[in-house]
Design a protein around this ligand. Structure first.
Ligand SMILES: C[S@@+](CC[C@H](N)C(=O)[O-])C[C@H]1O[C@@H](n2cnc3c(N)ncnc32)[C@H](O)[C@@H]1O
Length: 442
C-alpha cells in the first residue's frame, strides 16, 4: 500500500500572536491547531498574518514569513534595506528592528540557550545580559553599519551579482548591500556582468589596502578578465579539485589586529567585522590575564590570532601550541608567528592532534571552534589539563551552552560571559565565556 502524500501547507496563511524570539532569526507562534510556527520578519508581541514557506500538515514545526503586520511592536522600524523582506534577500534577519532591539533579541536567545542547554541563569554565567555593539556601530537612527568585509555574492543566470534568498538557491540581485564594508562596495561587484560565474567572494582587509575576489566559475565556463573599480588580487576555485588558485596578485590579504599583521590566504578564516578580531582578543586576554612564562593552547587557531596575542603576553619563557585543520591556514599561522620561537602550530583536527601531542597540562586554553562547537570528547580532554583559565570564543550560543554543560561535568564553572554584536542586522552573535576550575570559584 502506498503512503498518502503529505499535504503541504506552503502558502497557507494564519493570523497569529507572536511569542518569544527563537535561535535562528525568527520568532515563535502557534496556529489555532497548536502547530508551532517559526516566523521571520516579525517581532515578539506583534500580531501578524504569517504565510507558511515550509512544512506539511504533520510537520513538527512550520516556517513562515510575516506578510502583513496587524499590530506592530514598538521596536519595529521600516527596513532600511530595499532588498529585505519576505521572499527577498536572506542575508539579514533583523532589518526591521531597531538596533538596540536587535541586541536585546540576541541577548534573549543567549539567555534561553544557556538556560535550556546548560541550566545556567545569566547570573550563574557571570553575564550582565547585555550584547555590546562593536566600537563605532552605534549610529544615528536609520543609518546601518557597513561592517561586512567578506561578502559572498551569488550570480544569477543572466550574470547579475546578488545575494541568496533565505533558505534558497535563488538569487536576489542587488545594486548595493548596505552592510558591505566600504572596501567591498568600492569594488563595484554589483555593476559588472558575471556571466559564466556561479559566485564571487569579495574581501576587503582591515588595516591594509588589500582587496581580493575569489571567483567560482560554472562548470566549463571560462574566467572573465576581471576589471574592477579598485585594484584587487584575483583567485579562482578549481572546477576539478575545489582548491583556491591564484589568477593574479597576492594569494592572501593582510589583516591587522592587536598591533600585528596577519597573512590570511584565500579560503582561510578571518573574522568578518573589522572590529571583531581586536574586540575578541581584548575580551579573551581580559578573561585569561596571561602571566609571563605560562603555557597555553590555541585550539582551532586559524591563522594564529589568539596564539599571537598569547605569545606576546607570555614572553620568552612562555609557550603556545596552536592546532588548526586547514593546511593553508597553518602555513599562514606559522608565517605570521615565525618571530616567536616558542610557538608551535600543528596541523590536523583537534580531536586527532590533541591526544597525539601527549600534552598533559596547560595553564591557559583558548578554543574558538566552528559553529558545531567542540563537543563532549574534546571538552572532557581539555577539562583534564588542569588549566587555570579557559576562554571559549563562540559564534553559536547553542553549541556554547552544550559545551559549557560538558565543562561543568569536567569540573569547570563559568567565571564570566560577554556577548558582542559583531554581525549587526543578522541574528548572529559572538560570545566569549571564561571558565575556571569550579573548586577555585566555590
Ligand atoms: C571560528 S574559526 C577561528 C579561527 C581563529 N581562532 C580566528 O579567530 O581567526 C574556526 C577554525 O577552526 C578550524 N577548524 C574547523 N574544524 C576543526 C577541527 N576539527 N580541528 C581543528 N581546526 C578546525 C577552521 O578551519 C577555522 O580556521
Amino acid at each position: 500500500m502506498q503512503a498518502e502524500p503529505k499535504k503541504s501547507l506552503v502558502g497557507q496563511e494564519y493570523e497569529v500572536e507572536i511569542g518569544p524570539v527563537a535561535h535562528g532569526g525568527h520568532c515563535i507562534a502557534r496556529t489555532d491547531t497548536g502547530q508551532v510556527l517559526f516566523v521571520r520578519h516579525t517581532l515578539p508581541g506583534e500580531r501578524v498574518v504569517a504565510r507558511v514557506t515550509e512544512g506539511e500538515e504533520d510537520s513538527r514545526f512550520l516556517r513562515a514569513d510575516a506578510v502583513t503586520v496587524l499590530e506592530a511592536s514598538k521596536d519595529r522600524v521600516e527596513a532600511p534595506c530595499p532588498y529585505a523582506g519576505p521572499g527577498r534577500c536572506g542575508g539579514c534577519d533583523w532589518q526591521h528592528a531597531k538596533p538596540g532591539a536587535q541586541r536585546r533579541l540576541k541577548g534573549e536567545v543567549i539567555a534561553e540557550q544557556l538556560q535550556r542547554l546548560a541550566g545556567l541563569t545569566p547570573e550563574e554565567a557571570g553575564w550582565d545580559g547585555t550584547v555590546m555593539p562593536a566600537e563605532g556601530d552605534k549610529l544615528p537612527a536609520g543609518e546601518v553599519p557597513a561592517w561586512r568585509t567578506r561578502v559572498q555574492y551569488a550570480v544569477d543566470d543572466s550574470g547579475r551579482a546578488g545575494l541568496r534568498r533565505h533558505r534558497s538557491h535563488e538569487v536576489e540581485p542587488v545594486e548595493h548591500c548596505m552592510i558591505a564594508a566600504t572596501g567591498v562596495t568600492e569594488l563595484g561587484i554589483e555593476r559588472r556582468d558575471w556571466s559564466g560565474m556561479q559566485s564571487i567572494e569579495a574581501i576587503a582587509a582591515t588595516g591594509s589596502q588589500d582587496r581580493q575576489v575569489i571567483l567560482t566559475p560554472r562548470a566549463g565556463a571560462r574566467l572573465p578578465i576581471v576589471e574592477l573599480d579598485k585594484p584587487v588580487s584575483v583567485m579562482r576555485v578549481g572546477e576539478k579539485d575545489g582548491g583556491v588558485h591564484r589568477v593574479h596578485g597576492r594569494p592572501f590579504v593582510r589583516e591587522r589586529a592587536d598591533d600585528r599583521t596577519y597573512r590570511v590566504g584565500s579560503g582561510g578564516f578571518w573574522q568578518v567585522h573589522p572590529q571583531a578580531a581586536d574586540t575578541l582578543v581584548k575580551a579573551v586576554m581580559q578573561g585569561l590575564l596571561p602571566r609571563k612564562g605560562e603555557t597555553a593552547l590555541d585550539l582551532y587557531c586559524g591563522v594564529g590570532l589568539f596564539a599571537g596575542a598569547l605569545a606576546d603576553r607570555l614572553g620568552d619563557k612562555g609557550a603556545v601550541l596552536g592546532i588548526e585543520s586547514g593546511k593553508r591556514a597553518v602555513e599562514d599561522a606559522r608565517h605570521n608567528l615565525e618571530a616567536f620561537e616558542r610557538v608551535r602550530i600543528e596541523q590536523g583536527r583537534v580531536e586527532a592532534v590533541l591526544p597525539r601531542t601527549g600534552i598533559t597540562e596547560a595553564d591557559l586554553i583558548v578554543l574558538d571552534p566552528p559553529r558545531a562547537g567542540a563537543g563532549k570528547k574534546i571538552v572532557q580532554h581539555l577539562s583534564g589539563l588542569g588549566a587555570r583559565r579557559i576562554a571559549y570564543v563562540a559564534c553559536d550560543p547553542a553549541a556554547l551552552a552544550r559545551d559549557l554543560a560538558y565543562f561543568r561535568e569536567g569540573g569547570y564553572r563559568v567565571r564570566s560571559l560577554r556577548a558582542f554584536d559583531l554581525f549587526p542586522m543578522t541574528h548572529h552573535v559572538e560570545c566569549v565565556a571564561v571558565l575556571e576550575p569550579a573548586a577555585k570559584g566555590a
